[in-house]
Write a protein that binds this ligand. Structure first.
Ligand code: SF4
Length: 185
């Protein structure tokens, strides 16, 4: 079985790739992440992913265009729903690429993260799979959370401290913003 794996970054790819390979799946990677900002962070995550791909002999296609503007055009005025929009953008591009490359199915390393909305990713992936005629392979890769972290550390991969977009970067580092928003909740 040939699976196109959408990859958000190197560390999140360690476990999904290794478990599917152990099961005999032929995995090809696809980096498409207009949500990663700012530019130097985008470059660093690509560099880390490329280093990882060389280490484990992973076939990988990288969409190198920095998508700040296209991302913000979709998100502005919809900030409270931004993660759903962000998943959809990335899964749609992956489904289209899966069809182009003749994959039997597609999936995503977003299903590895404990911080993402797993059910929403599943629903969107399955809907897009139906729309484009290529099945979405649902897996709960969170089962390998620690194995993935240990693998990334062992390989010396850069592990980013925030999800990706400039909004998540502020949420990670702006203590005053966090305080204001926790009071509202
Ligand atoms: S927090 Fe992460 S998933 Fe949500 S919009 Fe930002 S980059 Fe995308």
């Amino acid at each position: 079985m040939k699976v196109l794996l959408h990859v958000c970054c190197g560390p999140c790819t360690v476990y999904p790739l290794s478990v599917m390979r152990r099961e005999g799946v032929e995995v090809r990677g696809f980096f498409f992440n207009p949500n990663i900002h700012p530019y130097r962070e985008f470059r660093q995550r690509i560099q880390t992913l490329e280093d990882f791909a060389v280490q484990v002999d992973f076939r990988l296609d990288i969409h190198r265009e920095y998508g700040l503007r296209s991302f913000l055009r979709e998100i502005v005025f919809h900030e409270s729903e931004r993660c759903g929009i962000c998943y959809e953008m990335r899964l749609r591009a992956t489904a289209e690429y899966a069809v182009q490359t003749g994959a039997d199915a597609f999936t995503t390393t977003l299903l590895y993260s404990r911080y993402q909305n797993h059910e929403l990713i599943r629903c969107q992936g399955e809907a897009l799979g139906k729309k484009f005629g290529v099945p979405f392979l649902y897996r709960d890769f969170r089962e390998g959370w620690q194995e993935g972290i240990d693998g990334a550390i062992a390989m010396g991969l850069y592990r980013q401290p925030y999800c990706g977009c400039i909004y998540s970067e502020q949420e990670r580092y702006d203590k005053r913003w966090r305080k204001r928003n926790s009071r509202k909740n």
